[in-house]
Design a binder for this molecule. Structure first.
Ligand code: HEM
Length: 223
């Protein structure tokens, strides 16, 4: 049936998605913390503001990477498969924070006395194994971010799924990078390690089935 209106009928507006708003706010809120770091530096409270911002961005990137991995098992446990719609957004935010972290750190390594110093950059990345591991994780994240669009999904077909399984290797690599980079307290990276190991274990078919059954039973028993 054709419209009798002199103008095309307006498309129904999609309902307001509170979940999406929360995801954007959570992923962007560390900017405020980075701004706070900068202010403290201006007040000379922080001795090395570049290091503080680098740590803040690296920590945020890893947290968002873990959140990306958590979306599918959490959806199955809670019986909310629609949570999966946040996976791409979280993954892209993880990449954006990783890019900020890598850029700040590489700039800090290479910008010596107001000029670019290739030798310092090479020494810092090649000679520090943990930095090399970080650099490798960043290089592996790059193709995932580039191919995250629907167009690439269509073009690559089943190869897209295989390519994006790289995330299962990248997450432990980043945990190793974190663990190796800390000088004193190894407990936060170890906690990330346990979290990542658990999320990867939940990908095993048997454990995935058991977790989904457990979630179903709990929901059925809830008043
Ligand atoms: C070019 C790539 C990278 C380089 C050169 C690099 C370098 C570094 C350096 C030097 C530190 C130690 C900062 C300090 O304590 O002084 C660090 C910490 C860290 N990096 Fe990276 N990194 C890279 C990529 C990544 C990526 C891709 C991620 C996550 C997706 C990441 C996550 C972290 C985390 C979580 C920390 C610890 C932050 C904290 O202490 O709270 N890094 N990185």
């Amino acid at each position: 049936m054709t419209s009798t209106l002199p103008f095309p009928a307006a498309r129904p507006r999609p309902p307001f998605d509170r979940g999406r708003l929360l995801v954007h706010l959570a992923a962007l809120s560390p900017i405020a913390l980075a701004w706070w770091d900068a202010r403290q530096a201006a007040a000379a409270i922080l001795i090395n503001p570049v290091q503080a911002v680098s740590q803040r961005s690296g920590f945020t990137a890893l947290s968002l990477l873990v959140a990306t991995l958590a979306v599918t098992p959490l959806g199955a446990l809670l019986g909310r498969p629609r949570l999966v719609r946040h996976r791409r957004t979280l993954g892209l935010y993880a990449f954006a924070w990783a890019m900020a972290h890598a850029s700040i750190t590489l700039w800090d390594f290479s910008w010596i006395e107001g000029a670019f110093d290739w030798a310092s950059l090479k020494d810092a990345v090649i000679d520090k194994p943990y930095a090399l591991v970080g650099f490798t994780s960043f290089c592996l994240l790059l193709p995932l971010a580039v191919t995250s669009t629907k167009g690439w999904m269509r073009r690559l077909g089943r190869r897209w799924t295989r390519l994006h399984r790289l995330i299962y290797g990248i997450a432990p690599l980043v945990v190793l990078h974190y663990l190796w980079s800390v000088k004193a307290d190894w407990r936060p990276p170890a906690a990330f390690g346990v979290g990542v190991a658990l999320l990867l274990a939940l990908r095993l078919p048997e454990l995935r089935r058991r977790a989904a059954d457990w979630g179903r039973r709990r929901r059925a028993a809830a008043p």
